[in-house]
Design a protein. Structure first.
Length: 325
């Protein structure tokens, strides 16, 4: 019996698509997926006749969306939707949904781990010992206790709030910038509501927890870095395009910033010959903060269930581009 619907999965980092198949095949869907899809030439033939599209990191840009002949829904495996051209999808009447409530604890834990790595220099000292060294690998002034620091949190959504809760156990002063959140809510959480400029100038460490959009893209650049405290540290577990990588590398090389920890980069993956990769004062992970067995199961199940809701004609959750289902 021929399938009624084609569900195209543009790319995925999981071992298989068994969870998605278990939910959607009984509804008459054929799941057609590819592990990696990065160019329009790879994506267009997959999606042009798809009824539904699920995407992870592939650039679902204008060219790809325009090629979709009958797509009724695009679902993003994840929270951020910066890899999907929302305006073009809206112009074609295609709703775009995300999964905003998965991996909250994993990313918050990862951010805290990176903060502690920068303040206590765990990675640097581990590498030092493996190379045959012993004792301090950094000046004494590079070792910090969070209790003595001011931490600036940019973005006070689900993950930002979880990071704040974890930080409060370490008794540091916490500044928060998020223009979409009432100052009273920030103050009720025990933090100081700040403008971005105030936060950058006063924080010993800045951690980013906001989406990448036209307002926030490359918010950390040479100009904003110049406003930061000399020797400040930066953590980014959100989106690589929040930070201008070349400007960050220059600031780390010059000592304007003392250290950075990045789970995300721009571009991604970061080229192995990029100057920032060679810096001892920059810890880089390969976009792993969200990883965890429970979180991935929830992510995949939710994405497939949103497609199932569309098939049943139900109201869609988490529509991010204003298209009514």
């Amino acid at each position: 019996m021929m399938a009624k619907y084609k569900v195209a999965v543009t790319d995925y980092t999981f071992d298989d698509l068994d969870i998605e198949r278990a939910i959607l095949e009984p509804l008459g869907c054929e799941i057609v997926g590819q592990k990696i899809g990065r160019t329009p030439e790879q994506l267009v033939p997959l999606v042009e006749d798809a009824d539904y599209v699920i995407t992870q990191f592939a650039p679902v840009n204008a060219q790809v969306i325009v090629a979709m002949q009958k797509c009724k829904l695009i679902v993003r495996y994840g929270i951020g939707v910066d890899n999907v051209d929302l305006a073009v999808a809206a112009a074609k009447g295609i709703p775009v949904c995300n999964v905003p409530d998965y991996c909250i604890d994993e990313v918050a834990d990862h951010a805290l781990a990176m903060i502690l790595d920068l303040t206590r220099k765990i990675t640097i000292h581990a590498v030092h010992v493996k190379a045959g060294g012993w004792g301090m690998a950094v000046p004494l002034s590079a070792m910090h206790a969070l209790k003595n620091l001011t931490v600036g949190v940019v973005g006070f959504g689900r993950i930002g709030r979880e990071v704040v809760q974890r930080l409060q156990a370490f008794k540091c002063k916490i500044l928060v910038f998020d223009p979409a959140v009432d100052a009273a809510a920030i103050q009720a959480a025990g933090c100081v509501e700040s403008t971005l400029e105030e936060l950058l100038s006063a924080s010993d460490l800045v951690t980013l927890h906001c989406p990448s959009n036209p307002t926030t893209q490359y918010m950390i650049n040479a100009r904003s870095i110049a406003k930061m405290k000399p020797g400040a540290m930066l953590v980014n577990t959100s989106r690589g395009t929040l930070v201008k990588t070349d400007d960050l590398a220059a600031a780390l090389q010059s000592g304007r910033l003392s250290a950075a920890a990045l789970d995300v980069t721009d571009p991604e993956p970061i080229p192995p010959d990029h100057p920032i990769v060679k810096l001892d004062n920059c810890v880089i992970n390969a976009h792993l903060a969200s990883v965890g067995v429970p979180s991935f199961r929830k992510l995949r199940r939710t994405a497939a269930e949103i497609v199932a809701m569309a098939i049943h004609g139900q109201k869609l959750p988490n529509v991010v581009n204003g298209v009514n289902s």
